[in-house]
Design a protein around this ligand. Structure first.
Ligand code: ADP
Length: 517
């Protein structure tokens, strides 16, 4: 197969620490295939790890979108033969690289499974062969691993689509010497999506029925691939420290809190970062006006005026403009938001700019709000990268009252763009936004507003507080903006935490490679 120059040469000579060899498996990697934050993480983390001197190879399915995006893809001479049910399926492996990096991306090419319009479902339902597709992908990752020259230290799996990989490693490959020094990490990006399948899919995995029990792969009579990954991986993490604790409680544990408590010793939270090449107000090509922490007042004022014009709201420089971007799901707090938007549009001098797609029930409510209050509420029911950047830059306040939030990216973009976030204290939102109180303002830690109770009353009370400061205390508002803009939410910081975790796992792995029972 073709490798980029120097791919196999360790860079440890250039650096004081030894380089790790990491294989990261994910169903989604931006810009090749994306339905959510998973794709952003699996695109940015490998590049940041490479910058720390490690050798990272990423493996994903050759989805139609991956082959149609503008990245160059070429063939390799890797050939795979994967047993699925009673057949052996043959697949090619293609090769590309992550943008602006030397990170190799390998794509498992099997058109009957992956050449489809969408990744996981058609307009009506999930694809009925999803278990088969991702069993195939998981086995392909391990075959690639066994054919790559040299040994790999870390196999980093992500979400349910790769949950079988740690099980195959422990149950089928444990005796092979090249796999014995390897440690697996399983990252949970959102515990609510578990890859649940009928028990009739158990034979598809090729694993013995003895593992279909409540301590390993079974979940209330179904096959659960996320649970499988949690049970068999050497290490576990999720994407913020608070979410790592919350998923061990019945409230946010999605039925897996007992297992997660049991595995609590090997579970930690590492915050995602933001891709500063894409989200930087100084260079962002989508913005009407670029700016940085030195001239944000002017830059944001121009961005606000241009945004008001673009979305058809009246030009009003001193009116609080509130931005919201995100999937239209209950997770994101739309049940709390829609009554508050309605009341504030009716009674207050504010403007709302809303961008989202999702649940038709929330789409209809938002359409009504836009129609009933055209001077106050602008609604865009679409997925638009450019609009997302323009709203982040042009708004004064950004709302994210999620019921739960594994990490959340939009509040981080807001901080970077000088748009004060107002969030619910949960998951990654609790770890990144410090509520403005007398104490946090005095110690210059405050960078936004937050509340705890998941009620419209709590949201409204906090919105009141924010609006009051915006209107009457411009110096305090300026302090909030500037504190947020000065903070470091880069991937470099997060990648160093992953590096430490990988090294811990490797040193533990040398002591313990038992099969969990
Ligand atoms: P989640 O992964 O739960 O959807 P995150 O905040 O972690 O939420 O990341 C969502 C990403 O998708 C962000 O980059 C956000 O800007 C983007 N996004 C969500 N909805 C839209 C939309 N309608 N248009 C453009 N970008 C969107």
């Amino acid at each position: 197969m073709e490798h980029k120059p120097g791919y196999l040469e360790t860079q440890s000579d250039q650096l004081s620490r030894p380089a790790l060899k990491i294989l990261l498996a994910s169903s989604e990697v931006a810009p090749f295939a994306k339905t959510g934050g998973l794709a952003d993480v699996c695109a940015a983390l490998p590049v940041a790890l490479e910058a720390l001197g490690h050798e990272v190879t990423v493996v994903m399915p050759a989805f139609r979108s991956a082959l149609q995006c503008d990245r160059q893809v070429r063939k390799t001479d890797l050939q795979l033969s994967i047993p699925i049910k009673s057949q052996t399926l043959h697949a090619q492996v293609l090769c590309s690289s992550l943008p602006d990096s030397n990170v190799t991306l390998l794509l498992v090419d099997y058109p009957p499974y992956f050449d489809r319009q969408d990744l996981y479902r058609d307009e009506r339902q999930d694809f009925p062969d999803n278990c088969e597709r991702f069993t195939f992908f998981s086995r392909a990752v391990l075959q690639i691993l066994s054919q790559l020259p040299g040994s790999i230290d870390i196999l980093h799996c992500n979400d349910w689509q790769t949950g079988l990989i740690p099980a195959f490693l422990k149950l089928e490959l444990n005796s092979e010497s090249r796999f014995q020094s390897l440690a697996s990490l399983f990252t949970i990006h959102n515990l609510a999506y578990q890859g649940l399948f009928s028990q009739h899919d158990m034979p598809v995995t090729g694993l013995d029925w003895q593992f279909f029990n409540w301590r390993q792969m079974e979940y209330y009579g179904k096959l659960n691939l996320l649970k499988t990954g949690i049970v068999f991986a050497d290490g576990l993490n999720t994407v913020s420290p608070t979410y790592a604790l919350e998923i061990q409680t019945p409230e946010l544990g999605c039925g897996l809190d007992g297992l997660l408590r049991e595995r609590g010793q090997v579970l930690q939270g590492i915050l995602n970062g933001i891709d500063q090449r894409v989200w930087n107000p100084k260079t962002d090509p989508h913005l009407f006006c670029n700016y940085d922490s030195g001239n944000w007042e002017d830059g944001k004022a121009q961005g606000k005026a241009a945004l008001q014009k673009a979305v058809g709201l009246p030009r009003a420089p001193r009116t609080l403009m509130i931005g919201i971007i995100g999937r239209l799901t209950t997770q994101k707090g739309w049940d709390m938001l829609t009554p508050v938007i309605e009341r504030w549009a009716r009674t207050r001098e504010v403007q709302w700019v809303i961008l989202g797609t999702g649940d038709p029930h929330f789409q209809r409510k938002l359409e009504d709000l836009g129609r009933n209050y055209p001077q106050k509420v602008a609604v865009r029911l679409e997925f638009s990268e450019a609009s997302a950047h323009q709203i982040e830059a042009g708004s004064d306040l950004f709302l994210m009252p999620s019921h739960y939030e594994p990490c959340g990216l939009n509040q981080l973009y807001s901080l970077r763009y000088g748009t004060v976030p107002l969030v619910r204290q949960t998951g990654g939102l609790a770890d990144t936004v410090v509520d403005a109180t007398a104490e946090t303002l005095a110690t210059e830690r405050a960078n936004g507003f937050s509340f705890r109770a998941a009620t419209t009353a709590a949201l409204e009370e906090t919105l009141d507080r924010a609006s009051e400061i915006y209107q009457r205390q411009p110096d305090t508002w300026r302090q909030l903006v500037e504190t947020g803009m000065a903070q470091d939410w880069s991937w470099e910081r997060s990648a160093s935490a992953y590096e430490r975790l990988y090294k811990n796992l490797l040193s533990k792995q040398r002591h313990d490679s038992r099969i969990p029972t």
